[in-house]
Ligand binder design. Structure first.
Ligand code: ZN
Length: 500
């Protein structure tokens, strides 16, 4: 046998391609590959409330599948569930496939007034290669601000079209991280979850999401799993623990900026010490308990819908937070559960380093809108289009009072806890001056439902703004002036943030 043919035959023997999912998800010992998922989805398309479409193409040409579960009519509760942005985080994808399979078999599992949109494999290239990154080497869950990758662009197109009441971003975290292992511990939960948390979001929406998180502990306990709110950080008691980053370059907050409840779920996997598929069925089971509850609508769906409607109508507040972080106001000492690996016992470690509260360190007055200088206009026009944010190209000079912002430096220190927060932009705000918005510049008003997203994306004084990305830093002038200016007065403009 020629080597290539031998290898192909061996691969077939080792990994029999599955036509169907194993009947009981709890017995799953191997994740579903791209080809298996493709065949599975082709098989369920058209069965009961299931319809399958392709939303886009990955950097390496694989299809980005989108599945709709709907009985037709106008839904009262819409979900958008997306998984495997990180190609090596498996169980959310498998859980979504079982959710789809079950509804295809028994349509009554989907309430009449609920519509589910699912993208089980956002990153098929990373899934096939077993990498966190996509086919272009990009971490998709750090791409939601610039939307450079076709996979994240597809996620945002769906979010804008569907306007989900609930969005869920499915991940996995390492149960056996190094700093914990050194102490002889593993992380305690099987599964974790957190809700949207950028401080500019409507407090009622943030509180509604947090209620889902708090109520999930009992849901998982009933299903036989250990649940905690999502915490990231080193081992207690010394190292800081914080919830998910409040940035908008991840799916949690970027999709939350469309005005629905938004969540991240992370199931615990042993990446280093054993085959990550060994307890895959258990992780899928933990996932399904939470996903089924989202489909059912939770305990207070009417309250959630009222909070979502109010958040979408809310004008921008008079000040925009530009620098914020998680803190422990106290310090409060919290018992943090860990598993002692040697004995399997659960220990409770008192720690004062659990960050529970979002503190805003600095805010700036909300401008009327932003003006983008003509040389940067093409790059920003493309960016705003990818985000669905309306803008106007100025054809004749228009009088305005504007504030320029100078970039003093970008700090690149590596921070163990925040890690990705390299790229803090230290800026200074100039005095407002009278002048013109020049012809060829872009005018981005902070009006209507897109005002929130425009301010999160464009505010030049944001500590973690666009200028940590080389492509946008290249647009900063030699004098340090940023291409986006804050427009504080404009004859004939509506007050900031007022919905039309
Ligand atoms: Zn992840």
């Amino acid at each position: 046998m020629r080597p290539a043919a031998f290898l192909a035959a061996a691969a077939l023997l080792c990994l029999p391609a599955r036509a169907e999912l194993p009947e009981d998800h709890r017995t799953l010992r191997r994740t579903t590959s791209y080809d298996e998922m493709k065949r599975f989805l082709e098989g369920v398309d058209g069965k009961g409330p299931v319809s399958v479409s392709v939303e886009g193409t990955s950097t390496k040409g694989r299809s980005l599948y989108l599945v709709r579960l709907s009985h037709g009519g106008t839904p009262a509760w819409k979900l958008f569930l997306y998984a495997q942005q990180h190609g090596d985080e498996l169980s959310g994808k498998d859980a979504l496939l079982y959710l789809i399979r079950d509804v295809a078999r028994d349509p009554a599992l989907l309430p009449r007034d609920v519509e589910v949109w699912a993208m089980p494999m956002v990153n098929p290239d990373g899934a096939e290669a077993g990498t966190r990154e996509n086919g272009a080497g990009a971490d998709l869950n750090r791409d939601h601000m610039t939307l450079d990758q076709p996979e994240t662009q597809a996620v945002h197109r769906v979010a804008r079209r569907v306007r989900p009441d609930v969005a869920v971003d499915c991940h996995e975290f390492s149960r056996d991280s190094d700093s914990w292992k050194r102490r002889g511990w593993e992380k305690w939960p099987d599964i974790t979850m957190d809700g949207l948390d950028t401080p500019l979001f409507d407090p009622g929406l943030v509180a509604a999401a947090r209620r889902w998180v708090d109520e999930s502990a009992a849901v998982e306990e009933a299903a036989g799993h250990r649940f905690l709110r999502y915490w990231v950080g080193g081992a207690p008691p010394d190292d800081e623990q914080r919830p998910s980053a409040p940035d908008v370059d991840g799916g949690l907050n970027a999709i939350g900026a469309y005005g629905g409840l938004s969540f991240i779920i992370e199931a615990a996997v042993r990446h280093g010490s054993q085959d990550p598929s060994a307890d895959l069925g258990n992780r899928v089971d933990a996932y399904l308990a939470l996903l089924r509850r989202f489909v059912a609508g939770g305990s207070r769906r009417a309250d959630d819908l009222a909070a979502i409607a109010a958040a979408r109508k809310r004008p921008l507040p008079p000040f925009l937070p530009t620098n914020y972080l998680w803190v422990n106001p106290g310090p409060q000492v919290t018992g943090f559960p860990v598993i002692e690996v040697a004995t399997g016992r659960t220990l409770t470690i008192p720690t004062p380093n659990l960050m529970t509260t979002m503190a805003v360190k600095r805010s700036v007055p909300t401008p009327l809108g932003y003006s983008v200088a003509p040389p940067a206009a093409p790059v920003f026009a493309a960016l705003l289009t990818r985000h669905g944010i309306p803008f106007e190209t100025v054809t004749a000079p228009r009088p305005a009072r504007v504030e320029s912002v100078k970039l003093l430096r970008v700090e690149e220190e590596f921070d163990d806890l925040y890690e990705r927060y390299g790229g803090r932009a230290v800026t200074s705000r100039g005095e407002p001056v009278g002048g013109d918005l020049p012809a060829g510049s872009l005018w981005v008003p902070l009006r209507g439902e897109t005002a929130l997203r425009a301010s999160l994306l464009l505010e030049p004084l944001s500590l973690y703004g666009l200028y940590r990305y080389p492509r946008y830093r290249a647009l900063v002038g030699a004098d340090g002036v940023l291409p986006v200016r804050r427009v504080v007065a404009l004859p004939g403009a509506a007050p900031p943030g007022r919905p039309r």
